[in-house]
Design a protein around this ligand. Structure first.
Ligand code: IMP
Ligand code: MG
Length: 175
């Protein structure tokens, strides 16, 4: 295939997620965090990560939209909100990728109005070079460079999420 190049194999991803799970388990000892899956992109990361956190958890889901068509950024919109009450709770936001940082910073502002005890971010991928707003990613799976990536939940125009690995698009015209 010359339209995409595999960056992270299934094995590499699994190994890193185990480590992240252990780290979060240590950091949240004695707590019962609310772990929020940022749909749709974080779906596989969230499923695999939460199985590796050895603590009582409350799982919840939210969906924001900023990428409308392919790789072009659009308007921010809260499509689906969490149902959990987070007042006084420790919240961990699980995201597929932090790019400009706008999506998470928008959502964190909204969540903080509900007075959680803490809010931390766990992102599968971090594209640090593209950051536009100041946001601290507490747990990072992998730092990646600027290219557009697909698979393991991440899409290009709603396609390729189901790939079990992470790949970089080489030539979008051939996808
Ligand atoms: P941000 O608001 O710019 O940080 O954008 C974060 C969102 O953009 C992610 O949750 C993804 O849905 C999407 N996104 C950013 N970069 C990529 C990429 O390389 N592949 C697929 N989706 C991406
Ligand atoms: Mg997306």
């Amino acid at each position: 295939m010359d339209n995409y190049k595999i960056l992270l194999s299934q094995e590499t991803i699994e190994k890193r997620i185990k480590e992240l799970g252990e780290e979060i388990t240590r950091d949240y000892q004695g707590k019962e965090p609310v772990v929020i899956c940022m749909l749709k992109g974080a779906v596989y990361f969230f499923a695999d990560l939460t199985k590796n956190i050895k603590l009582p958890l409350m799982l919840d889901f939210a969906r924001l939209s900023s990428y409308r068509n392919g790789t072009t950024s659009g308007q921010m919109e809260l499509i689906y909100d969490i149902t959990a009450k987070i007042e006084g709770r420790d919240v961990i936001l699980v995201e597929d990728i932090v790019d400009s940082g706008k999506t998470l910073s928008y959502f964190i502002k909204l969540l903080k109005k509900r007075n959680p005890a803490s809010v931390k971010i766990c992102a599968f991928l971090d594209k640090k070079e593209r950051r536009e707003v100041d946001i601290n990613v507490d747990y990072v799976g992998f730092d990646i460079p600027c290219g557009f990536v697909i698979g393991y939940g991440l899409d290009y125009a709603e396609k390729y999420r189901e790939f079990p690995f992470l790949a970089e698009i080489v030539d979008p015209a051939k996808l």
